[in-house]
Design a binder for this molecule. Structure first.
Ligand code: DX5
Ligand code: ZN
Length: 216
């Protein structure tokens, strides 16, 4: 099953509770939580306090995308009953195997994200351990950027690795996804689709969620 994870980075923070209920009612599956530290990426977003303020406002699971240095220090902060995935960047984790085990030990599913210029080969020895691989289709840091086409080939190659190895990790994509390219990425093997500006920037957010679901 293909799932939609709207990124609240592009939501109106002054009424975040309403924004998440709206996408939940419209049928979105997961809430994508973009955490940026101003070091790993050149932007600061929000932290665990903002995410936790949504507990009670939505029943949707959280998909936490940590674009931060030293993620190990903060993993516990993001662990809640609704936390499904915690994803760290390979580029930020010198001891990735340890970090992945740490996430699983907390009771979440462990994801690893790759920047557009990072090869899939860095995952060679960790693929059997991960629950999700997040292919970045923009350079992380900002919503509303243009989809980088090479991400499509990366997804296809990742899907082939998954099938060859008999793995069951989820393939996620994040960055520049809209109604024109969503079919191409799901055809290539994406199972969890992040969309920020194309969902929350729409005039009718609920209708846009419906359009995404219809495109799956
Ligand atoms: C980018 C973030 C994305 C972002 C996606 O650094 O990781 O999740 O919110 O936004 P769009 O869909 O607008 O590219
Ligand atoms: Zn993200």
């Amino acid at each position: 099953m293909i799932r939609l994870a709207p990124s609240i980075l592009s939501a109106d923070f002054s009424k975040l509770g309403e924004e998440v209920s709206r996408i939940e009612r419209a049928g979105a599956h997961v809430i994508h939580v973009d955490v940026m530290d101003g070091h790993f990426v050149p932007n600061i977003s929000y932290g665990a306090t903002v995410m936790k303020s949504l507990l009670g406002k939505t029943k949707l699971p959280f998909d936490v995308h940590l674009m931060i240095e030293n993620p190990d220090k903060y993993l516990e902060d993001f662990m809640t009953d609704q936390t499904e995935y915690i994803t760290v960047h390979q580029e930020a984790c010198p001891h990735l195997h340890r970090t992945v085990q740490h996430i699983k030990g907390l009771g979440a599913k462990a994801g690893v994200a790759l920047n557009p210029a990072t090869s899939l080969s860095v995952l060679d020895y960790i693929l059997p351990d991960v629950d999700m691989v997040l292919i970045m289709s923009v350079n992380p840091g900002f919503g509303g950027q243009k989809f980088i086409e090479s991400a499509l080939r990366k997804v296809e190659e990742l899907k082939a690795l998954k099938e060859r190895g008999g793995y069951d990790f989820t393939i996620e994509i994040d960055g520049g996804i809209n109604l024109s390219n969503v079919k191409a990425v799901t055809d290539a093997g994406v199972e969890l689709v992040v969309a920020g500006s194309s969902v929350f920037g729409a005039e009718d957010v609920a209708a846009r969620v419906g359009e995404f679901l219809a495109a799956f």
